[in-house]
Every structure is written in C-alpha cells, then in structure tokens.
Write a protein that binds this ligand. Structure first.
Ligand code: ZN
Length: 316
C-alpha cells in the first residue's frame, strides 16, 4: 500500500476490528486513482478467509483469486450518460440476496457513487438499511454532497488524502526515487512500490503510456508499435485499462489530478467509445491473466490501431 494511505487505512482497520464493524462505507477523495487502491484493499480484506490484524493474508483461497473476484459486485457508470443505472443496481441486489458467495461474504463497490441517479440511490438505500447477510458496501466518490443525505447518513465516512508534495518527496527520498515517478507508477499500475519490486514492469508501463500519447497526437500506430518486442500483455493491458478509467472519470468529475489525463489532454473520446475500447482491452487482459499465450505483437498492434481510431472521432 502507498505510504500516504497508511493513516486512512489505520482508521479503517480500527473500525474493522471494533465490536460492531460498519457494513457500509464511503471513501471520499480528490484523486480517484489513489482512492481506488484503498477501496480495493478494503474489499480484499473483507473477503479474506483469515485476515491478519485486518490485512488480507495473501494466501487463502479468496486472496489468491485473480480479479475480478466473484464476490465483488462492482457498480459503475454505463452508457452515454455515464450514470449507474437502476437495472444494474437491481441486478446486483438480486445477486446479493439470492445467490451464495464463496465464504458467505460479499462486497458491493459503487464507484463513482455520485453517478447514481435518484432511482438507483433509493434502491441502494433500501438494501443498505436491510443488507443481505454478509454483504458490505463500499461507496467511493469525489463529491459526497451528490449522494442522498439519507444514504450518506448510513455510511462510515473515510477521507482518502492526496499525498502532499512534502510527503511524496519524503517517501520518494527514502526509497531513493523521484516523486513524479512514484505518482506515475501509482497511476499506471496502482502499485507505486513496483518501482522497486518490478522495475521492468514500470518501464513497460511508461512505454505503453508514451505510445498511447504519441498515437493520440497523431503518430501512426504501426510506427509507434515497432520498438515493442514481445511484451508482458498483463502489464500492458493493465495500463490501458487504467488509462481508459481515468479518461472516463475525467468526464464526470470536476477535478482530476493525475498524470494520465494530464499527458493525454482534453478533449477526450466519448465515454461510450472509451467503454467499447476498454472491453477490447479487458479481453486481452483476461487471456493474459488466465495464462493463455497471447501473441503480444498482434494484440498490441490491434489495440493501438483501435486506440488511434477512437481519437479520430474526437472533434478538434
Ligand atoms: Zn486471505
């Protein structure tokens, strides 16, 4: 976990280990990239069979399941309007009430929760009031004021800090690395410490972002593809998914302070196109995750070409 999240996580842990741990949380933030990792960590800790002092053990069946975890019900914006729709909410609620989870626990993640419309909020409010047994809710939002006050009042609020430059520099210094590198790695892979643990993945992540930026500004995708040899498609597709997520979010939230949106600069492709693109990326990612051999040249080439295409649709 990023060093700057430790204090918020500590407060989450205290609540988790209390006599009556909350069953509904709301993580508020100004940077979605940073909040994502706390939300995901909390979800995994809630699903772990044998958490150690609240931390996911990393060894049990639940901890070893690759994402998407079957007991995490994720609700996010859909369609051109980018709202979390009532149908999706009803479907998730139905699953939570009627189907068995792996170990009797389930986490419903709603993010960004400010994309809930009135009907979807009301449906969730009811289920938060009378939750199916073993179900915990995590709402994540940059604008808690947009949530129904009645819903908000039932959530345990956790404020996720953005690292100040001072903290960032201190951390980077103690690790012997550059602060900007630390933020960029966090944004691309959600693992700032990968700089030390997997420098080759960080190198690839930066190359992929660089390629996406060059294509976005009009370079030919085949030319950009050339220097890439055989690459680790799991890392490459992770970066592409996170880039899509950030561009989608940037269109719904007033403030977005992350190096990805800054590098690609607005205007961005529509949310619908970004979702379509993300689905293609997810197919590759699922294959790579399952250990299916992927011809990385072909996969990367087709994803770069599709990326070039969606930017041709952006009005200039
Ligand atoms: Zn575990």
């Amino acid at each position: 976990m990023s060093p700057w999240l430790k204090s918020s996580w500590q407060s989450v842990l205290e609540s988790l280990q209390s006599a009556s741990p909350p069953h509904a949380w709301c993580l508020t933030h100004t940077s979605a990239v940073i909040a994502d990792s706390l939300t995901d960590h909390l979800a995994h800790s809630l699903l772990c069979d044998a958490p150690r002092k609240g931390e996911p053990c990393g060894e049990c069946v639940s901890c070893r399941i690759p994402d998407p975890h079957p007991d995490i019900l994720a609700l996010g914006p859909e369609g051109a309007a980018g709202m979390i729709k009532i149908d999706a909410v009803r479907e998730a609620i139905e699953v939570a009430y009627t189907t068995a989870s792996m170990a009797g626990r389930r986490v419903m993640i709603v993010r960004p929760a400010d994309c809930l419309n009135q009907a979807a909020s009301n449906a969730l409010l009811k289920v938060v009031e009378e939750p199916p047994s073993g179900t915990v809710f995590i709402f994540q939002t940059a604008v808690p004021g947009k949530l129904l006050p009645t819903l908000l009042s039932r959530l345990r609020m956790v404020k996720v800090p953005v690292p100040t430059r001072q903290i960032l520099e201190k951390t980077a210094q103690s690790l012997g690395i550059n602060g900007e590198d630390l933020l960029l790695t966090d944004a691309l892979l959600a693992e700032p410490m990968a700089l030390q643990t997997a420098p080759e993945r960080v190198g690839l992540a930066r190359d992929v972002l660089d390629a996406l930026v060059r294509i976005r500004f009009g370079e030919d995708s085949q030319v950009v593809l050339k220097p890439f040899g055989k690459v680790d498609m799991l890392t490459a597709s992770t970066v592409m998914e996170r880039v899509c997520d950030q561009l989608i979010r940037a269109q719904f939230q007033q403030s977005s302070q992350d190096p990805i949106t800054a590098a690609l600069s607005a205007p961005y492709p529509t949310v619908r196109l970004l979702y379509q693109y993300k689905e293609r990326v997810a197919e590759v990612r699922t294959q790579a995750q399952a250990g299916i051999a992927v011809n990385s040249g072909l996969a990367l080439g087709s994803l770069f070409a599709a990326w070039a295409f969606i930017w041709t649709r952006v009005p200039r």
